[in-house]
Design a protein around this ligand. Structure first.
Ligand code: ZN
Ligand code: CU
Length: 426
């Protein structure tokens, strides 16, 4: 089966496409374009005064942030010549961190003006839009008005607002209303990032969540993305520590030897509570088995949902979505679980995504479009990355072309790296 190259609309590959331009985790899945700068954190436009704050530390160490302007980020990507195309959002948290001495408060009017100016400048240089990560402490104190003011800058550029909601737990509906209101205020398209019902008390609520999506979609331009797993992953958040589901520690700066173990086991061996163990591990990364499988399937099947991996390439023990998200949708969910027809699955990772982010002449196979293509075997395609062994290339991806050049063939990279930087409406 020949499909348009897959577009990974939700990535944290900002520094990866520069430091490790072979992008094997992506090209081996048939991904030909990545959108970076999600969840409020972008390497582009970052002016660090010290170590990157949580969760900017997911993107790398201080020395990895070397792109104070969007134009400098574009140049660095072009010089690195990654295997995949790259398009980028500007992160709200990144902008906050540039202009604020303390992230744990709302921005002042002056700071908002400074952020608006930086955002406008980045949009002029080709940024796709603005992302936010309001659930994280580093952006949680931002008021809705702060975000609305920034979103106003998007309108003239027809740029998009994407958001990691203020809550994916019990208050999710209120958080969605906030996102709708922000986008409506600026009259810009909205993408809700990795839409999910997180937390044991929240399981089964995708019915409410999706019917709210339906009613909002009648009045404004909205969409969402998701990854095909019932576990999330990010930095270790003390507020998410619970005994209601498994938490796996992927890395820990304070106790590196504990990376790769369950929080529960670590707590037992330290003879302390889960929360105390989590405190001692900070800063750290985690995989939270916080979702209900049925909810995951409901969101994935939803017509406005695109596929985005949310993979974390700097994690030494990454969530398997980094290497497996796209083949898992086609193999596990499409072929084995019959969640949707294959055309629909492909659309969710190509045409729908290109349209949503206005990636011109991408996401389709037609004369005049860029030849981003993936040839795969629908009978055998499957993800091989697992939670215990996550760095595994998928099987069933035969060939991948990026801008007409063959990049992947029968399990190997060809050495051709022909990805381009895609500016908004280029
Ligand atoms: Zn996120
Ligand atoms: Cu993310």
């Amino acid at each position: 089966m020949l499909a348009p190259g897959f577009i990974d609309v939700h990535t944290h590959d900002d520094t990866q496409v520069i430091k490790h331009p072979s992008c094997e985790a992506k090209i081996s899945q048939g991904v030909t374009t990545v959108i970076v700068g999600n969840c409020g954190i972008s390497a582009a436009c970052a002016l660090l005064k010290g170590d990157p704050p949580d969760p900017m530390n997911l993107l790398g160490k201080r020395s990895d942030f070397d792109y104070p302007s969007f134009a400098e980020y574009i140049l660095a990507v072009q010089e690195a010549a990654p295997a995949v195309n790259v398009a980028a959002l500007v992160g709200h948290t990144t902008l906050r961190n540039n202009v604020m001495d303390n992230l744990y408060r709302p921005a002042t009017q002056t700071e908002i003006q400074l952020m608006r100016r930086a955002l406008r400048y980045a949009l002029e240089q080709g940024a796709l839009g603005l992302s936010s990560g309001l659930a994280y402490a580093s952006a949680h104190e931002a008021t809705t008005d702060e975000v609305k003011a920034l979103a106003e800058e998007l309108a003239t550029f027809d740029a998009v607002y994407t958001t990691h909601l203020r809550s994916e737990f019990e208050p999710i509906l209120t958080a969605m209303e906030e996102a709708f209101a922000t986008a409506r205020h600026a009259d810009v398209p909205l993408v809700i990032s990795h839409l999910k019902c997180a937390g044991a008390g929240n399981w089964g609520r995708t019915k409410e969540v999706l019917s709210l999506m339906d009613s909002a979609a009648k009045g404004q331009d909205i969409g969402c993305d998701c990854y095909p797993y019932a576990a999330s992953s990010s930095t270790l958040d003390l507020k998410q520590v619970t005994d209601e589901f498994d938490i796996f520690i992927t890395w820990s700066d304070a106790m590196p030897e504990q990376g790769g173990r369950m929080l529960d086991d670590i707590a037992k061996s330290l003879n302390v509570s889960l929360l105390e163990a989590a405190k001692r591990l900070q800063p750290a990364g985690a995989v939270y088995h916080c979702m209900d499988e049925k909810d995951v399937q409901n969101v994935m099947r939803y017509p406005l949902t695109m596929i985005g991996s949310d993979g974390l390439p700097n994690d030494p023990h990454p969530h398997p979505r980094l290497w497996g998200a796209f083949p898992r949708v086609l193999g596990h969910y499409c072929r084995e679980q019959n969640l949707f027809p294959i055309e629909q699955a492909v659309h969710k990772m190509t045409g729908l995504s290109a349209q949503r982010f206005a990636l011109k002449d991408r996401g389709q196979i037609r004369e005049g479009a860029f030849a981003d293509l993936v040839l795969f075997d629908p009978e055998t395609i499957s993800d091989r990355a697992t939670f215990s062994s996550p760095k595994q290339a998928a099987s069933g991806i035969k060939r991948v072309w990026v801008n007409g050049a063959l990049a992947w063939q029968e399990g190997n990279q060809t050495g051709q790296r022909s990805g381009r930087f895609i500016k908004r409406k280029q």
